[in-house]
Design a protein around this ligand. Structure first.
Ligand SMILES: Cc1cc2nc3c(=O)[nH]c(=O)nc-3n(C[C@H](O)[C@H](O)[C@H](O)COP(=O)(O)OP(=O)(O)OC[C@H]3O[C@@H](n4cnc5c(N)ncnc54)[C@H](O)[C@@H]3O)c2cc1C
Length: 403
């Protein structure tokens, strides 16, 4: 039997580890955190991600996870409402965007995997480095109880996120696609009647506010990279006040009333890039380790889950065959990248567009935003814009599990 080590139990790593183990392949999943709740994790699942989970046999894990389905989307520009749109479940193939507790989802996936005799979970332990023999990766070294331990593998899957050690080992270089922005991320109590997602665009700022799985109001304040330092020195109340100046009067009043209750505000450095070559003999990168996704359009978790489906399609047949050679596995790794690059490139390019307009401080920024706001007030143009951005909810092409 072939043996796989998966590095990192985020959405990409936990789901591919479960699927391979479920198909009879020996899998060791290594996760550096003891507790999934400690790290920031994206929370919005799109229909594409929900469908991927269901195909992977993880629909029950999702059903156990706390969630909140968005019922409406509203866009404001310079504090004025441009439109409110109902998020009709039928339009979203029965799955409107869902705010979930990602830590709870990951716990449910690994709990399900741990019932399989082919699955081993090593938790609270970091992969330190990859071990190579004549250009082929033969396993990883983990640091456990102050001692290094070698885990041999026919294949290492690096699903260890944006600061991946596996990516560093490959050293294939990256293509940067990063829009120049940062996000201030914090939670407040949720107003009683907050329906789903509201976006406030205005003068070089964007505030996104959504109803979370735990019935809080999650704020994501998108700002130009490097502009937060000044405000941070002035303290939380100063930047809550700055946000309040760019939103509708009802939210401004809510922000001012609850500024004392702002929970764990922190700055997230956003990155968007893609590694130039996701594999080498014995190793494959997937998820953010291969292509770090920006937060625009809530895509990263969904893309990571769809990577897992495609990876399984190629790997299950060949890893179940004990006589498969390294060359055959390497060829499958190239095919996985080739298939996934189409969607990843398309979506990363789509994600780069809105920040360029929304955050622009060039002379043309404000007139373009006003024009866009005016146009989006018309239902017909809104429909066209939704078609142009349909890759966000549905992906670029059908991704179906075939194994
Ligand atoms: C502000 C912001 C908001 C976002 N919001 C959304 C959203 O709403 N919806 C969405 O779909 N996406 C969102 N994203 C993107 C999303 O969070 C990522 O794209 C997604 O988590 C990638 O999944 P992954 O499994 O590839 O990696 P990760 O989720 O990063 O998981 C990697 C795992 O590897 C572990 N690890 C790292 N190094 C090691 C090591 N050496 N040894 C062992 N384990 C290791 C980590 O602890 C982690 O558990 C957002 C991103 C940002 C920055």
């Amino acid at each position: 039997m072939k043996n796989v080590v998966v590095v990192g139990a985020g959405p990409a790593g936990a789901s591919i580890a479960y699927l391979l183990a479920n198909r009879g392949i020996a899998v060791t999943l290594v996760e550096r955190r003891r507790d999934f709740a400690r790290e920031f994790r994206g929370e919005i699942l799109m229909p594409s991600g929900i469908e991927a989970l269901q195909q992977l046999g993880l629909g029950d894990a999702l059903a156990q996870t706390d969630s909140h389905a968005a019922s409406d989307f509203a866009l404001y520009m310079n504090s004025e409402l441009i439109f409110t749109e109902k998020l009709d479940p039928e339009v979203f193939h029965g799955h409107p965007p869902l705010a979930i507790s990602q830590p709870a989802l990951l716990e449910a996936i690994v709990a399900k995997a741990e019932k399989l005799t082919t699955f081993t979970f090593v938790r609270g332990v970091s992969v330190k480095e990859l071990v190579e023999d004549n250009g082929t990766i033969t396993g990883v070294t983990i640091r456990e109880d102050n001692r290094d331990r070698f885990l041999p593998a026919d294949l290492v899957i690096g699903a260890d996120g944006r600061n991946s050690v596996v990516r560093k080992h490959l050293d294939h270089g990256v293509t940067e696609k990063s829009p120049p922005m940062d996000i201030v991320w914090c939670k407040l109590p949720c107003p009683d009647d907050w329906p789903g997602l509201k976006a406030y665009v205005g003068r070089g700022h964007l505030l996104v506010a959504y109803h979370t799985w735990d019935h809080s109001l999650q704020l994501g304040w998108v700002i130009l990279k490097g502009t937060f330092g000044e405000l941070r020195n002035k303290g939380i109340e100063a930047w809550i006040e700055e946000m309040a100046r760019h939103v509708s009067p009802d939210l401004a009043s809510h922000l001012r009333t609850h500024s004392d209750a702002a929970e764990k505000p922190f700055l997230l450095d956003t990155v968007s890039d893609c590694v130039n070559g996701w594999s080498q003999p014995g190793v494959l990168l997937i998820g953010d380790a291969a292509h770090t996704m920006s937060p625009v359009g809530g895509q990263g978790v969904n893309i990571a889950l769809r990577d897992a489906v495609v990876t399984a399609n190629y790997l299950v047949p060949i890893l179940n065959n004990s006589s498969t050679t390294v060359t055959e596995i390497t060829s499958a790794l190239h095919d996985i990248e080739k298939e996934r690059r189409v969607e990843v490139d398309y979506i990363q390019n789509l994600q780069a567009k809105p920040p360029k307009i929304v955050l622009s401080r060039a002379w043309w920024g404000e007139p373009i935003r006003r024009l866009a706001g005016f146009a989006l007030g018309t239902q017909q143009i809104r429909r066209k814009a939704a078609q142009g951005a349909s890759a966000f909810p549905f992906g670029v092409r059908d991704v179906k599990l075939e194994v």
